[in-house]
Structure formats: C-alpha cells, structure tokens
Design a binder for this molecule. Structure first.
Ligand code: SIN
Length: 311
C-alpha cells in the first residue's frame, strides 16, 4: 500500500458503487477522450471501475485544427473538437478494443443536433456496452464554447430520446455552466438518466499578444486540471443537492485524497482526465490507495463518504 501517511486497512474496504443498474467494482474511471485502449499495454485498465470512450458522432469528423492543446497555470486548455470515425467505424474498430480492456465500457455519445444523439444511440443498440454517457457539454464544437448543455430544455429532450432508444443506464455529462447546473441535473433525472457527470471542461481562452491571435486553432478551448477543482467541487455539491440520482464528479482529480473530497461533496464515482496525460498510471494508483484512505477516514464502505459534507 502506498501514499504518504497511508497505512493498510485492518478490515477489507468495500469500494463498489452503483450508478442505476450499473454496478462498478470501484468508483474510478477515465474522463471521455483522455484515455484510449492503446494505454492498456502500460496500465492494468481492468482494475478500473469502468472505461469511458471518446465521444462518438454519427458521421466521421476530423476534429479541430491545430493547435489543439495548451498548458495553462495548473491546468490544460484543449480544443480537440471530438475527432470521430463515426458510429459505424467506432462499432467496428474502437468498441472491440475498449471491450478487450476488461472493464465495463461506457460509450460517450455526441451530436450536433438532438436527432444525431438519437441516431448514434440507435446504431449502438446491437453492440456490447455497459452504459451510455450523453456528452451535452463539449465546449469545442462551436466558436466561443457555447454548448447544447446550456439549454436545459435541449438537455431534457436529448436525454429522453436517448433513454427511449437504449436498454443500458444513461449518464449525462453536464456543462459547467454555473447558472444552470441544478436545473440541468434535474432535467436529466426527469428525462430518465441514471446519473449525471459533473462536469466537462470550462470554456477558456489563451492569447498570444505577439501575433494578436488565440493560441488554440479553434479560438476558445476547455480548461481542465487542478485549476478547476474547487469550481467542479462546488458544482458537484450543488448538483447533488438537486437530484436523487448519483453524481459522477470530474474536474482536476489527481490523487486518492481528491477522490475523497469529491465523494464527501456528493459524488458517488469520479472521472479522471488531465492527470492521466502526465501520469498514465494515476487511476490505478488511486484505486490501490483508496482502501487505506477510506480506513483512515473511518469508513469500511467508500459510499459512506458520499454527501457527508457539512458547513
Ligand atoms: C474535445 O474533443 O474537444 C473535448 C471533448 C469534450 O470536452 O467533450
């Protein structure tokens, strides 16, 4: 067992978590787009609670022009623009590679219109996957970072349509729009979602004064990493007050202690993104460290931490 000040627990700790009908051995999974099947040669991915795929669209798309990534103080700014093989190529090539990883596969579904989400879901119906995560919050599909996820009515319609077209639990990855997070979370729940993921990256901008240009090819991008952790924690806490379905926390998580912070704030599970770029092993290290941390925090079931925040 590793980690400063962390000792092995005297009794086994139950790390399991339920997201609707989806049972996970532990609460740790990658954020969509941050971890591909190729990393299975380096990382024992089967030890994760689940894997989440890159978002898939109906048609093939190239993604945004370079530069797509940039560093920021304590964070990363991306404008990848969701390159996709399209749902047929995904089902033929990518999905089998994810399935071979040995962890439950959550397929991230995207769209440029409400109907595109539904079409992708229909095309996935004959394939093997444990759940769907509806990505209504990519900040990089439009200039300026406007997402469909800022429109609560659209979130409700998209999710209801996806739920009607699949038998697997549906998670909804929400935009970090501070003004609408509780309304959007409630709309997702009312439309039949099994869980909400809070949250995607925050729309941001990096500027090169020498050239008078934005440093990212698409102009704006999404900020992620430790810089957004307090913002994401607050949104998780706010969303968890608004719904009875589980919240999956996402935003700047890099250690087992960060995971515990999100659980106490109201998350039942977590997604890890930016930290995996610097340290691909970070997720499995965290899974290894969680039992000792839980014991130190006085719980034998990790879920006993969920939503225990007081002021
Ligand atoms: C991207 O590919 O631009 C990021 C994906 C996302 O934020 O949903």
């Amino acid at each position: 067992m590793s980690g400063p000040g962390v000792t092995a627990p005297a009794r086994p700790v139950d790390l399991s978590v339920r997201l609707g009908d989806l049972e996970l051995a532990n609460p740790v999974m990658p954020a969509s787009g941050c971890f591909g099947p190729e990393l299975a040669e380096l990382v024992p991915v089967h030890r994760l609670g689940a894997v989440v795929t890159k978002t898939v669209f109906a048609q093939a798309r190239p993604g945004n022009r370079a530069h797509r990534l940039g560093e920021s103080a304590h964070g990363m700014l991306n404008s990848v623009g969701i390159p996709s093989r399209g749902v047929h190529g995904f089902a033929r090539t990518d999905l089998p590679a994810y399935q071979r990883l040995g962890a439950p596969v959550i397929v991230s579904v995207g769209g440029l219109s409400e109907g595109e989400y539904w079409r992708v879901t229909e095309e996935l119906a004959g394939t093997e996957h444990a759940a769907i995560e509806v990505n209504v919050s990519c900040p990089n599909l439009e200039r300026g970072g406007v997402t469909l996820g800022s429109d609560v009515g659209a979130v409700r319609r998209v999710v209801a349509g996806v739920v009607a077209r699949t038998d697997v639990p549906v998670l909804v990855k929400l935009s970090p729009d501070l003004a609408t997070i509780d309304a959007a979370a409630r709309a997702a729940q009312e439309a039949g979602a099994a869980a909400v993921t809070v949250c995607n990256s925050f729309p941001g901008l990096a500027v090169a004064p020498e050239t008078r240009r934005a440093t990212l090819g698409n102009g704006t991008g999404g900020l992620s990493g430790p810089a957004i952790k307090p913002l994401a924690l607050r949104l998780v806490w706010q969303a968890a007050q608004a719904v009875t379905i589980p919240v999956v926390g996402c935003g700047g998580i890099a250690t087992a202690h960060d995971v515990a912070e999100f659980l106490v704030a109201g998350a039942s599970a977590v997604q890890i993104g930016t930290a995996t770029f610097a340290r691909p092993f970070v997720m499995t290290e965290i899974v290894r460290e969680l039992p000792a941390l839980a014991a130190r925090l006085g719980v034998t079931r990790l879920t006993d931490l969920v939503g225990t925040l007081s002021f």
